[in-house]
Design a protein around this ligand. Structure first.
Ligand code: GDP
Ligand code: MG
Length: 141
């Protein structure tokens, strides 16, 4: 509704250790804890209130395999996907170049963003981007 708040369910998937829990806890403004797997934050995005429920699931799959599985599982539903390259602060041990990340997103047919939970770079922008992607699909219906 126009005056109300909208809920967005966001699932964080990716290999162990990539920084999912850290990104979620930074965004939600709570300490990272091992037993926590959902995080919540309400914020304004483009003048509209949004509550993001972040579901942090343990995954043992690489992004490429996850993309294939997502496409299979959601063939009929156009769910927005954002490919996240976290730990951008670790410049000297970068494993994926920006151009590789971008190329990967083209293949996956999704958005791409580089973040650093450690230095809090692009964390809010990532989640705002998710809200915008969902709204774009909603508004084009
Ligand atoms: P998860 O298994 O995907 O939930 O990964 P975690 O959030 O537990 O992070 C794994 C490790 O990477 C932890 O030691 C974090 O402190 C570290 N980490 C997470 N994000 C970043 C980041 O942006 N930069 C750096 N340098 N370390 C990070
Ligand atoms: Mg975790």
């Amino acid at each position: 509704s126009e005056s109300g708040n909208t809920y967005y369910r966001v699932v964080l998937i990716g290999e162990h250790g990539v920084g999912k829990s850290t990104l979620a806890s930074i965004f939600a403004g709570v300490p990272d804890s091992l037993d926590k797997n959902t995080y919540e934050r309400t914020l304004m995005v483009d003048g509209e209130s949004a509550t993001l429920i972040l579901i942090d699931i343990a995954s043992f799959e690489k992004a490429s395999e996850l993309r294939i599985q997502l496409r299979r599982a959601r063939q009929t539903e156009d769910i927005p996907i954002i490919l996240v390259g976290n730990k951008s602060d670790l410049v000297r041990c970068r494993e994926v170049s920006i151009s590789e990340g971008r190329a990967c997103a083209v293949v996956f047919d999704c958005k791409f963003i580089e973040t650093s939970a450690a230095v809090q770079h692009n964390v809010k922008e990532l989640f705002e981007g998710i809200v915008r992607q969902v709204r774009l699909r909603r508004d084009s219906k």
